[in-house]
Design a protein around this ligand. Structure first.
Ligand code: ME8
Length: 521
């Protein structure tokens, strides 16, 4: 038997200095949707998330909390697991960088780089931003009125002078450029790709990859005064989780190179420049793609702890509903662009797209079946051209969604689905099955069957984004759980729904939200 196609998708591992917020939920949600979509499409999927627990930033936060760093990270990492439960994320592995498997993996990649003469001992003097865990050149900084120097991210920098190991990044510029050239989809969206290419064309300096002025991290093999740079440590998580350094391990063989590292635009450079250079230097294939998505703001303002406007994903789920929140985040903003969260926009999406368009379509159809077909899947007669046209649109959806999802265009995938929702709503209005019940019952059954079949397909296709609502809808159509994958979306509209099958009483899927519901209510 041919082995199944594999798909490996990863989230960034989140710093445990802070509680999870909407940004973290967003990135992991996008990965969850991809993982679910690929599983339903027959792929063998590995979906990795986790927490980044080393480095100066976490060490300082633990200190500020008056806690031992390990106890602090144990507690804070738990918050990200809770988020995954609250958001219904279907990850296969949750990695923590303080785990033994990861520490040995980091030391192994370091050793490999050292053996390949890619690392040398020197000393670093320059600027460092703890908040970004990044080194900056003088030319990248701006000075505030009171003489403070800031990184492009707005993070304050401090002067660092210490012995340090360096990675020979300067040797890799040409090979990175050749790699980007040969793999035009390695960095998406294209605008981000252009930024990275011009950064690399500007020349690369060797990168400091160890620190000696604090202790919270992975010791450098054979020189434990040095702690590995937290980004070399963190990036390595993606291969640790497949069993590195055992590259013969079944997981490594099956899933490396990763199909997709999903990241926010803030950390693209680490993933698209440093990471492929580290990997190539260690003799490991680089990942296939890095997608850098945009940034959320809150009612037009930058989200920050100091402004006190952090959006808590747990509260969103409580107030608007889980599937509603998942839908909103991926539908509202073209994936890749920056986006603004607002209560109004959320209300509008939930009421218009979910309650009115999709919810009503399902509710109207299922209620008509309940009332007029003795609560059983109707029996269709021959399909006319209107029936066939709607069915053809629903059948054609899977291929167009594959195209959108493979380029991480989630908003377009949802738009395509809603085009068919609208077509089905037009069809029900035009066919008016409530009138047919008096004039032509056979035709009424055909129309209701077509609608039920289209809804079945829509429910399966929307299930990666709204797994809960989709499952409830498929329950209402009495579709068994094992018949809810994309293999059930072939061209034959009568292959899956069983005429005569008794259906449960319909329940509304998405209650309308009132103006006053939500934050500030
Ligand atoms: O950077 N809008 O961790 P981190 C959208 N540990 N996405 C946002 C966001 C916002 N306002 N704020 C955060 C790190 N994110 C490193 C990663 S990976 C080997 C190591 C998301 O906790 C977005 O994905 O600061 C961003 O890249 C990530 O959280 C940064 O998370």
């Amino acid at each position: 038997m041919a082995s199944r196609q594999t798909y490996y998708v990863t989230t960034p591992i989140y710093y445990v200095n802070d509680r999870p917020h909407i940004g973290h939920a967003y990135t992991t949600l996008a990965c969850d949707v991809l993982a679910r979509f690929k599983r339903l499409d027959g792929f063998d999927v590995r979906f990795l998330t986790g927490t980044d627990e080393h480095g100066q930033k976490v060490e300082k936060s633990a200190e500020a909390a008056g806690k031992d760093p390990q106890a602090f990270t144990d507690e804070m990492s738990g918050n990200f697991r809770h988020l995954a439960e609250a958001m219904n994320f279907s990850y296969d592995d949750f990695i923590r960088t303080t785990e033994a498997r990861h520490i040995s993996s980091c030391q192994a990649i370091w050793q490999k780089l050292a053996d390949n003469d890619e690392i040398y001992l020197g000393s670093y003097s320059g600027w460092y931003a703890v908040r970004d865990e990044a080194f900056y050149g003088e030319d990248e900084l701006t000075k505030t009125a009171d003489g403070l120097r800031l990184a492009p991210s707005g993070a304050p920098v401090e002067w660092v002078e210490e012995p340090s190991y360096f990675f020979r990044l300067s040797n890799w510029a040409e090979r990175l450029l050749a790699f980007y050239e040969a793999n035009p989809d390695f960095i998406l969206p294209d605008s981000r790709r252009n930024e990275v290419v011009s950064f690399v064309k500007g020349g690369l300096k060797d990168l400091s990859v160890s620190r000696t002025s604090f202790r919270w991290g992975v010791p450098v093999p054979n020189d434990p005064d040095h702690i590995m740079y937290v980004w070399l440590d963190a990036l390595t998580n993606y291969i640790t989780a497949l069993g590195y350094p055992d590259t013969d391990a079944a997981l490594f063989q099956a899933f490396w190179p990763a199909d997709l590292h999903m990241v926010g635009k803030d950390i693209l450079r680490f993933h698209a420049v440093y990471w492929p250079a580290f990997l190539m230097a260690a003799g490991i294939a680089p990942p296939k793609r890095v997608f850098a998505h945009g940034w959320w703001t809150n009612e037009g303002q930058k989200i920050s702890k100091s402004l006190g406007n952090i959006i808590d994903p747990f509260l969103l789920v409580d107030r608007y509903g889980l599937d509603q929140t998942r839908y909103f985040l991926l539908r509202e903003v073209p994936f890749g662009n920056d986006g603004d969260f607002s209560h109004r926009a959320m209300l509008q999406r939930v009421n218009a797209d979910l309650a009115n368009d999709f919810g009503n379509l399902a509710q109207r159809t299922l209620s008509l079946i309940q009332q007029n077909c003795a609560g059983q899947v109707p029996t269709p007669g021959p399909f006319g051209s209107d029936d066939a046209a709607l069915i053809a649109r629903a059948v054609g959806l899977l291929d167009s969604l594959r195209g959108e999802v493979d380029r991480q265009q989630f908003h377009l995938a949802l738009t395509r689905i809603w085009e068919v929702v609208s077509a089905a709503n037009r069809y029900i209005d035009e066919q008016a099955p409530w009138m047919l019940k008096k004039t032509d019952r056979a035709r009424m059954e055909t129309v209701l069957y077509v609608l039920a079949e289209v809804i079945r397909r829509l429910a399966i296709l929307v299930s990666p984004v709204m797994p809960g609502a989709a499952a409830r809808l498929l329950d209402q159509l009495a579709i068994p759980p094992e018949r809810r994958d994309f293999a059930r979306l072939g061209a034959d509209p009568t292959a899956e729904l069983a005429s005569g099958q008794a259906l449960p009483k319909p329940e509304p899927l998405f209650p309308r939200l009132r103006e006053t519901e939500g934050p500030g209510a």
